[in-house]
Design a protein. Structure first.
Length: 326
């Protein structure tokens, strides 16, 4: 399939079936930390980049086997770029809700929330996860490298307004890069914006997988935990969690349980195809692959993938002491 991948084991969402709406890589950003690669079409144009009917046909095909959907906790709409640039988003979300009967999450960069049609589309989702890495112009240009058509203040206003009208769960992701948006001034400015938003949770991330640019560097887990603790004191923020490195959680109220996950055991060509689909979208370690496909440990994964490496189908790279397949 060209647009459906997984399900993959997501710590945040459980067993997640991915829906990729765009060809690689159509986006309004060219972020220095992106694990997908450089943006080939840096644009603000919203249109039907891929025929909506072809995506709906794949959804039909996948759902034709009821046993498949039993193994899915959530359907996650994403893209090799920015999914809200696809003008068929609303139709796709409506179809997913009707056809799958599963919660639908959408991962976005938050740049199109000033557009009424995008807001209407996203209001059909159960979970929306926008990002907001910085609210200061200099670091915005350095970290996210936006298209010239973008206005940072318009983005911030759109995020704040969307948070007031969206009735589902809104999880704001903030990625912190060392030396770019980790200063007290930067963090205070981000906190000021967060305090104006109505959120379910704030999720802190950093540069973990091999980034697009080598100068994109992570902050430590201890530093992320410090930031999370300070953000958790903001009014109206129920929970702040660290989603990079570990799973530090600072929350107000009841504990949040981990999503229950279901596993299936794939073999042969089907297993290889699923692994390759996952690696097309992000670099993964042997441990990442094992968590999703249950292959009896990272060592078994390495043995299983070695013929693909030798054949040149996939390649290995090292980043901060870890080996990644991509």
């Amino acid at each position: 399939m060209n647009h459906i991948f997984g399900p993959v084991n997501s710590r945040r969402l459980g067993r997640s079936l991915g829906i990729d709406l765009l060809p690689q890589k159509v986006c309004k950003f060219d972020c220095i930390y992106c694990e997908v690669g450089s943006t080939t079409n840096l644009t603000c144009e919203r249109k039907e980049y891929v025929p909506t009917d072809s995506i709906l046909a794949e959804i039909d095909e996948y759902c034709s086997d009821p046993k498949r959907m039993e193994l899915v906790d959530v359907v996650t709409v994403t893209a090799s770029g920015e999914p809200t640039l696809h003008s068929g988003l609303g139709r796709i979300l409506k179809y997913l809700k009707e056809k799958t009967g599963k919660p639908v999450a959408v991962l976005i960069n938050g740049t199109n929330l000033h557009i009424p049609e995008v807001v209407a589309d996203l209001c059909q989702a159960d979970v929306v996860v926008p990002s907001l890495d910085t609210v200061l112009e200099k670091s915005f240009r350095k970290l996210n490298r936006p298209a010239l058509c973008l206005d940072l203040q318009e983005i911030i206003k759109g995020l704040v307004n969307f948070s007031q009208v969206f009735t589902g769960e809104l999880w704001l992701e903030v990625l912190i890069a060392e030396g770019i948006n980790d200063s007290p001034e930067e963090l205070k400015a981000i906190a000021d914006v967060i305090s104006k938003m109505k959120l379910t949770r704030v999720q802190l991330n950093t540069v973990v997988r091999p980034p697009l640019e080598k100068f994109a560097r992570p902050v430590s887990q201890d530093r992320l935990a410090e930031i999370a603790k300070s953000f958790s004191l903001l009014p109206g923020v129920p929970m702040v969690e660290v989603i990079a490195h570990g799973a530090s959680i600072f929350e107000k109220g009841a504990d949040v349980g981990e999503s229950k996950t279901k596993f299936r055991f794939l073999r042969g060509e089907e297993l290889i195809d699923n692994i390759l689909q996952m690696l097309q979208r992000r670099p993964c370690t042997a441990a990442d692959i094992n968590r999703t496909f249950m292959l009896d440990g990272p060592e078994k994964v390495e043995q299983f993938l070695e013929p693909l490496v030798k054949a040149g189908t996939i390649e290995k790279s090292f980043h901060r002491g870890k080996e990644y397949y991509q």
